[in-house]
Ligand binder design. Structure first.
Ligand code: GLU
Length: 487
């Protein structure tokens, strides 16, 4: 069997992280099996139309490295299948079910439906459409129904779910699922405005697009019995299903917009690296080996196995995501980091630096941060001379005799021809041995004079980056301020 899968988002305005996981699993599954992965925009609900939503979806999917097959060529531009351009097809098949007596017209107003729900609630029964007591072509008869339509009355077309029996289907993740027909609602297929509902359009498209596996979120599981019945009504083969586990927040509640970020673009804006983010998303509900966390896209493809996806909800653990980002940041090629860091520095009004300098800053700090955007603030002394000195650090590390202790070392440093990590290190070490002081006793005063703060990269790396002349000048300025009592 040819593997053909689809990602079928509704254009809500943004790509939800759960949507990205669904898209990714479809993509991994297609690639693994040499199949095709199709993008289909399910925009049948025109009341929820959002401007540019499709473009936004495509842009974010592309960013994530997910590519689709069989895109419609539109003036040379990439374009997915769009349901609103295919309405005639759904109407045709909705009407076909009417002819086969597997669907019927219903004329109930929203008030009548509300009253029905209220009555069913009182009776403590189900909330299914009560087809034998409502105004439809079953209770009124076909002729009467046609008269009403001719008179211009609003109507919908509902599927006629069998009264007896059960619907069965195989879910690759959940095993066999059985639902009694009496629990399946007479779903509306065509709405009063003539537009199809998600259910009809989804089944018709999956059939004509020859989808072999429907891989989607668990929230669609309750809809699947209706879909399976529709396949049977049409006499079409049913695809295999796989319903992916829900995404949960750290409190084990469903991940929702009300409790923080859920849009892929929010995470991008925060500075998560693409590969780290995709790696993290891939492990929401599945781990290929169980003993490691870092996988390239190719490894994910090679190892992908739908039947190993968990049933239980997957926790969207922000701490793990941060950790993942650090792992990728450490390995990020410096050439890729430089433009990002440059842009971040510009936000702090630091401009005019050479790329080589920015590259060295990145090298020194990449293991100390989660995001590149954290670097500018913690490294301001690498761009401007420090004017403030951490009082606590100074009180702890600068004693009466410190100035006299550092002066001879500064003198020696000023004589160095080559001012590198190794040369400053070796000189300082030799000096300490000779003067019989511990390195630590001198390193903190050097750091204080040079940076004004207690934390940073290694002292010799920092000195080499700042350069001899600027270092010596800073030492001298600090000592002068100390002597004059300014600090
Ligand atoms: N349009 C549905 C959604 O927004 C698609 C569900 C499915 O894949 O069948 O998620």
């Amino acid at each position: 069997m040819d593997v053909r899968v689809r990602f079928a988002p509704s254009p809500t305005g943004y790509l939800h992280v759960g949507g990205l996981r669904t898209a990714l699993y479809n993509y991994l599954f297609a690639k693994k099996h040499g199949g095709k992965c199709i993008l289909r925009i399910e925009d049948t609900d025109r009341t929820r139309f959002v401007e540019n939503a499709t473009e936004n979806l495509i842009e974010n999917l592309r960013w994530a490295g997910i590519e689709f097959d069989e895109s419609l060529e539109k003036e040379g531009e990439f374009g997915p299948y769009i349901q609103s351009e295919r309405f005639d097809l759904y109407t045709k098949y909705g009407k076909e079910l009417l002819e086969k007596d597997l669907a019927y017209y219903a004329f109930d107003t929203s008030e009548e439906l509300e009253a029905m729900r209220e009555r069913l609630k009182q009776e403590g029964g189900s909330f299914k459409y009560d087809r034998n007591k409502m105004r439809n072509s079953i209770t009124l008869g076909k002729e009467e129904a046609e008269k009403l339509i001719a008179a211009g009355e609003d109507y919908v077309i509902r599927m006629k779910v069998p009264e007896e029996g059960e619907v069965r289907f195989k879910d690759i993740i959940r095993g066999e699922v059985k639902v009694p027909c009496k629990d399946v609602d007479d779903q509306i297929l065509l709405k009063s405005d003539g537009f199809p509902t998600y259910h009809l359009a989804n089944v018709v498209d999956d059939h004509f697009m020859q989808i072999s596996h429907v891989i989607r979120g668990e929230e669609w599981l309750p809809s699947t019995p209706k879909h399976v019945l529709l396949y049977q009504f049409f006499g079409w083969d049913t695809p295999d299903f796989a319903h992916l586990p829900l995404l949960l927040n750290e409190k084990k509640a469903k991940l929702s917009k009300r409790h923080g970020d859920v849009a892929v673009e929010d995470f991008r804006a925060k500075g998560y690296l693409r590969d780290a983010f995709v790696n993290f998303i891939a492990l929401l509900g599945w781990n290929p080996t169980g003993d490691r966390e870092i996988y390239s896209m190719q490894e994910l493809i090679d190892l992908f196995d739908l039947s190993k996806v968990n049933k239980a909800g997957a926790v969207f653990d922000l701490k793990k995501l941060a950790w993942m980002n650090q792992q990728y940041l450490k390995e990020l090629p410096t050439s890729e980091a430089v433009p990002v860091l440059k842009a971040e520095l510009e936000k702090h009004e630091v401009t005019g630096l050479e790329d080589n300098y920015i590259a060295q800053v990145f090298e020194l700090f990449k293991e100390r941060v989660t995001f590149i955007s954290e670097i500018p603030e913690m490294t301001s002394y690498l761009y401007t001379e420090p004017t403030e000195f951490d009082e606590k650090y100074m009180a702890k590390r600068w004693k009466e005799d410190t100035a006299d202790m550092v002066k001879p070392l500064i003198e020696k440093l000023s004589q160095l021809e080559e001012f590198t990590h190794d040369s400053t290190h070796d000189l300082t070490k030799a000096h300490c041995e000779e003067a019989d002081v511990k390195m630590g006793q001198l390193m903190h005063p050097l750091r204080l004079m040079l940076t004004g703060i207690s934390s940073g990269a290694g002292m010799f790396d920092t000195m080499a980056l700042i350069g001899k002349d600027r270092c010596i000048k800073r030492f001298e300025t600090f000592l002068a301020k100390k002597e004059s009592g300014e600090i």
